[in-house]
Design a binder for this molecule. Structure first.
Ligand SMILES: [Zn+2]
Length: 257
């Protein structure tokens, strides 16, 4: 049948509809974000029951109707079911899915976001990487993939590539050298360094790595508390600035962590 399509993707969200059905939102490699009706997915014997849940990666067959799509079948390739047994990791997972939903666009091929999601969800279940570092990696790389990368290779003000000390400036959308730090502080009230994070050479190197390394290698390192704190201080407000609403799952994450 010509109106049936097969896509590779992940379930970002699943909402119960009526007594037995669900509406799922998928992020797919071939077509970006797609929503579909999963008829009977809440019935115990339904073949769609296991597939229509968040964190399920698979190959989905959809019937494209005139006004909506229906999920026909799914071959599950990976389901991060273990995540639900781990807190706070599962809240991070839902937050990652919500961010992907926020940036997902219909009809656009989206291979990189799908790979990125897979890599960070997998990292959440590992014991040797801090979940806060995984969140920093995900947020910064996601923004880069969306064309919202901060300037990291040179000073955002004077464009120099070498400096004695670096800072991340929310106002300048990137790193600034110590000379421009003094300039940017002149206009602000004394003692208040709002939106400025001092970056150690290691933190700057880590940010550049996150922005440019192959996605598969993103979660292959670990750093200490000081570096994670600097990353959080620079990346979280930067993400917030680039998203025009507060993510529901983030509020949840803040309550439980
Ligand atoms: Zn500069």
């Amino acid at each position: 049948m010509s109106d049936q399509i097969t896509v590779q993707g992940v379930v970002l969200s699943a909402m119960p509809i009526g007594e037995y059905d669900k509406r799922v939102v998928l992020l797919t490699r071939e077509r970006g974000k797609i929503s579909a009706f999963a008829k009977g997915a809440r019935r115990l014997n339904s073949p769609l029951m296991a597939a229509s849940n968040p964190f399920v990666f698979g190959v989905f067959t959809l019937y494209e109707g005139r006004t909506s799509n229906s999920l026909v079948s799914c071959v599950i390739t990976h389901h991060f079911a273990d995540l639900s047994r781990h807190q706070p990791e599962v809240y991070y997972g839902f937050y990652f899915l919500e961010i992907a939903d926020y940036f997902g666009k219909e009809g656009l091929e989206d291979r990189d976001t799908l790979n990125l999601l897979y890599v960070v969800l997998k990292a959440l279940l590992r014991q040797d990487i801090d979940v806060r570092l995984v969140r920093c990696i995900y947020e910064l790389r996601m923004l880069c993939e969306q064309g919202l990368a901060p300037q990291l290779n040179a000073c955002a003000v004077c464009q120099r590539e070498e400096a004695e000390k670096w800072f991340f400036s929310q106002e300048q959308n990137g790193v600034i050298c110590i000379d421009d730090l003094s300039a940017s502080q002149k206009g602000s009230p004394k003692g208040r360094k709002t939106g400025l994070t001092p970056l150690s050479p290691l933190t700057l190197a880590v940010m550049r790595y996150i922005a440019f390394a192959p996605i598969q290698k993103l979660c292959a390192f670990s750093v200490g508390e000081e570096t994670i704190s600097q990353l959080e201080d620079a990346i979280y407000p930067y993400t917030q600035k680039n998203i025009d609403r507060k993510m529901k799952s983030l509020q949840f994450l803040e309550i439980f962590t």
